[in-house]
Ligand binder design. Sequence first.
Ligand code: ATP
Ligand code: MG
Length: 593
Amino acid sequence: MNAPAEKDAAKPSNFLRQIIERDLEQGTYAQRHWAGHPADASDHLKGQADPAKIRTRFPPEPNGYLHVGHAKSICLNFGLARDYNGVCHMRFDDTNPEKEEQEYVDGILDAVKWLGFSWDANGTSHYYHASDYFDFMYRAAEYLIEAGHAYVDEQTPEQMRANRGDFSRPGTDSPYRSRSIEENLSRFREMRDGKLADGAAVLRAKIDMASPNINLRDPALYRIKRAEHHNTGDKWCIYPMYTYAHPIEDALENITHSICTLEFEDQRPFYDWLLDRLAEGGLINQPHPRQYEFARLNLTYVLTSKRKLKQLVDEKHVSGWDDPRMPTIVGLRRRGYTPEALQLFAERIGVSKADSWIDYSVLEQALRDDLDPKAARAMAVLDPVKLVITNWDEIMGAGFLDACSAPVHPHAPERGRREFMCGKELWIERSDYEETPPKGFFRLFPGNKVRLKYGHVIECIGATKDANGNVTEVQAKLVPDTKSGTPGADAVKVKGNISWVGVADGVKAEVRLYDRLFSAAQPGAGDKDFLEEINPDSLKVVTAYVEPSLKSAKGDEKFQFERHGYFVADRKDHGEGKTVFNRVAGMKDSWGK
Ligand code: ATP
Ligand code: MG
């Protein structure tokens, strides 16, 4: 495995880790063999002892881009495999004969790799497609018929629904349930050979129409659907149902721990029923995989449904799958999130068996904790107004530029210093000046002294306003002999200091200030239309000035803009003469507000 992080023995335990540790201790899967590729029981048996201690899998449907919920599942499945000397398989669940879009396949593979994981292990690429198992699935279906465990039902869909019963009523046996094995087999082959119309019949498991678990009331295994499949073309006009296909995929791949979200809990008895039957028949390796369910990720202010995210893209509510406001992995990446931050997030939220909502601030805090020790610092003015130092020419000399510097990172002196020039004219934040200061305001107001960060102390004189009363320029006087880092600089005490960028060497930048995409904490909850809960102010674009060290910023490079938070050079639009930054997150949590 390509391990993204050191194995950490101190990782907090959870119910999945306990199950795996118990299985390892008891040697539950120690006797398994592995054919070197997915295979049935007899082929696996010919292979060597399975070199993987456990096998997990990540099985997306290639019908969209992955989102932060998938990131949780990826970190979980690949992370467990890494931590327990196992392997995690990358498997596309493509049993639905729908058009597989190469764009989605590529996007999913990129996302997993970017998160820091790999499906290569022991010299093998564990990259699989569920549709490669269609032949085996068919063979397994014939076996079930021959063993008396499946039948072809030709009731109409309405009859089938009516006869299924409900929570308070047991189901009623189909009149086709008692067909002979021979008749079932020939009818199933007719289904396969295209002799029956779409929807005219289904193959069903013969379990128990009175089971309190409705999923065990003879669930459908195969349906007739004339459709081209991207992998198998028109070879098949019958396709396996997901609930039938998934356990078989796991079994052929020697998966040990099949981890899925809670909504599949009621399917587990069928998962076991099916694999028990196939194991009895000697078709699949034993002991067979086990399914374990965990709570899906729900994140406040965020949608985690591919279908709804696709709607946002298709209806152009966002600029694309990688819009920095999207909770897709490509969106989070462009927003400035790092693989390490997402891994840290996944670790912190852990896994549980109860559904809950995670506060968005947990995701942001993981990002801050990852970036704080890494990101270079820089000064930036996001809402600029000009400050003129009226006595500059007299004290420093006309046209003189005073070289100032600051550490690239305050806790890593070895990373060197950034340099920038102070001059007569500077850009400062509009909010740093108040004509009449509110209580506790220590920045610029007439008569008050503040320090220009890394520079001199100045004393505010006043400001010029336009006809509407908007400040167009602030004026101040420089206090001599107070430059930061020089002897006696602290002789003049000030309560505030302000960030600034020189008019002479500042770099004009487009800065995109992102906010939550939805104004509701649980978008679309309670029958609300999620589209009506879109936050109209989720993007504000400003023209800012940033210090000259950022001229060499590369796309995707992250910074901490002092006072403002974390920013990233936009991976698409930054560069070639354009300076574009995205705000990833503020310095402090603003989500609780
Ligand atoms: P969506 O409803 O967004 O399409 P899905 O579950 O249908 O999601 P799949 O492509 O089938 O998407 O998912 C692949 C894997 O990711 C599954 O194992 C699924 O359990 C997991 N997964 C999907 N959404 C979440 C989530 N919100 N939290 C945790 N795991 C998730
Ligand atoms: Mg799905």
